[in-house]
Design a protein around this ligand. Structure first.
Ligand code: FE
Ligand code: ZN
Ligand code: FE
Length: 186
């Protein structure tokens, strides 16, 4: 492979994406655990399954290229995951925490959408049609996941607002205790 070529960039970008996806395989169960809303938790569990398939698709591409997928760490994803973990440590009420987790997850999806768009375009130019269709499947899943999160935000954020406004009124003259509207399963 000629040094400094577009093909070399293609492989570097794919390795970055592979690192990003494998980091997510570890992070998504933690995000699911942090979610109180049942549908949000399910959305993370579903996306974890898709993420494992996305890892397999990238492995298929590396196999076809006769290259190994390892060797690069995606620092962008590392940062997004760290920031998400930081958000989850804040002492927000459950619904508010859900809104925060959705924000972190949507940042991840947008990052992946950008990365898959980039490699898909390079693959197209290089005439790697099989790769294009594999990358497009993953790109479509990321876009769907993002849309699903927007829908969930539209449902959960008003609950976060209503729940915490009510609580601050109730807090007057009431000792701090577990929230009665808590959605967290016992
Ligand atoms: Fe992904
Ligand atoms: Zn990266
Ligand atoms: Fe994703």
């Amino acid at each position: 492979m000629p040094q400094g070529s577009l093909r070399e960039l293609y492989i570097d970008e794919l390795r970055d994406l592979y690192s990003a996806e494998t980091q997510l395989v570890k992070a998504l169960p933690k995000m699911a655990k942090a979610a109180s809303h049942a549908q949000l938790r399910q959305a993370f569990e579903e996306h974890l399954r898709q993420t494992s398939e996305q890892v397999s698709r990238l492995e298929q591409i590396f196999e076809a290229l006769d290259e190994k997928p390892s060797g690069k760490k995606c620092l962008g994803m590392e940062g997004l995951v760290k920031e998400g973990a930081e958000t989850m440590r804040e002492k927000y009420a459950n619904e508010v925490k859900d809104a925060a987790v959705i924000g972190a997850a949507q940042r991840v999806e947008h990052y992946e959408i950008a990365a898959y768009g980039t490699v898909r375009e390079i693959a197209r130019l290089l005439g790697e049609d099989d790769h294009v269709s594999l990358l497009e499947q993953s790109l479509g899943e990321e876009k769907q996941a993002d849309e699903k999160l927007t829908q969930l935000a539209q449902e959960i954020n008003p609950q976060a607002e209503a729940g915490t406004e009510q609580e601050s009124e109730e807090e007057i003259g009431r000792p701090q205790g577990p929230r009665k509207n808590s959605r967290r399963a016992a």
